[in-house]
Design a binder for this molecule. Structure first.
Ligand code: GLU
Length: 285
């Protein structure tokens, strides 16, 4: 007798457009790696871009592809309290600070500090924040808040890394990996427009949903360094990871959301069958 495969995986699209072939591959990959539990999560905390009609289209396209997931699917915007609770825990440990900077101010600050353009510190998410607001006094913070200035909450990375110590995580292809969250600098954990961020929400959700294997594209490999750190700070479970290759066009370019001909919807309308789309995504039906 063999033990049941307990692996729990998820597909976590953002409802900001129609799913394309790359998403089909990612969803089928997650489904293939699942034991008897496959979950869907709608990552819609980006209120400015997420649309209910895209969520409906995601469900329809995934079902058409032949995928079945556990209901109810988790919709991030329904769980803002969970993210707030996580932020409160980090704040209570003195690991967060409010950041009032605009993108323009951040760029100006970096330019003024005399970096040659090719030396400007870049992290996986773009410019590394120079830490301007970390140095504000309690009084200055209070003043800016009283003025009604919008602020994000950033993680004090040096403090957080010190508090957590060295951390490891495992990727199915890369093996055991030492977490290097500091390459991101002081990441935003609560955005100005929404009291959460991608890094915070996925980490909390993967834990609360009991995901044991996170599968996603290799473009998010570095993000896992930050997620591993947050798991340690918030005492959350650490799943295993499997970052997969990204589908590319024949010319080797990454599939772009704007290439409408590669959406599952367009392929359906052009008369393709689910089996044909699965094959086009590189997954044998
Ligand atoms: N929502 C993310 C995306 O659509 C995926 C997040 C994840 O798998 O961790 O790219």
């Amino acid at each position: 007798m063999t033990a049941a495969n307990q692996t729990v995986t998820r597909f976590a699209p953002s409802p900001t457009g129609f799913l394309h072939l790359g998403h089909a591959y990612s969803a089928l990959f997650a489904h293939e790696k699942a034991g008897n539990r496959f979950l869907l999560r709608i990552e819609d905390i980006d209120g400015g871009r997420a649309r209910p009609e895209f969520e409906a289209a995601i469900r329809e396209d995934l079902a058409w592809l032949g995928l079945r997931w556990e209901e109810p699917a988790r919709r991030q915007s329904d769980h803002m309290d969970d993210y707030r609770a996580a932020l409160d825990r980090l704040d209570a440990r003195g690991l967060l600070y409010p950041c009032f900077c605009t993108r323009k101010e951040i760029r100006a600050e970096i330019e003024e500090s005399g970096f040659a353009p090719h030396d400007i510190p870049q992290g996986p998410d773009g410019l590394v924040y120079p830490g301007t607001c970390r140095a504000l006094t309690a009084k200055e913070r209070q003043q800016r808040r009283a003025e009604g200035k919008p602020f994000a909450l950033r993680l004090d990375m040096a403090k957080a890394v010190y508090a957590a110590g060295s951390l490891l995580w495992t990727d199915a292809d890369q093996g055991e990996t030492a977490a290097q969250p500091d390459i991101f600098g002081d990441v935003v954990l609560a955005r100005k427009d929404t009291p959460a961020s991608y890094h915070l929400a996925v980490t909390v959700d993967d834990h609360l949903q009991g995901v044991t294997l996170v599968t996603r594209g290799e473009d998010l490999f570095a993000a896992t360094h930050v997620h591993r750190l947050l798991q340690a700070l918030l005492e959350l479970d650490t799943p295993s990871y499997h970052h997969h290759k990204l589908l590319t066009t024949e010319g080797g370019e990454r599939l772009a959301k704007r290439d409408k001909s590669q959406t599952i919807r367009a392929l359906r309308q052009a008369g393709k069958t689910p089996e044909e789309v699965q094959a086009m995504a590189g997954m044998a039906p």
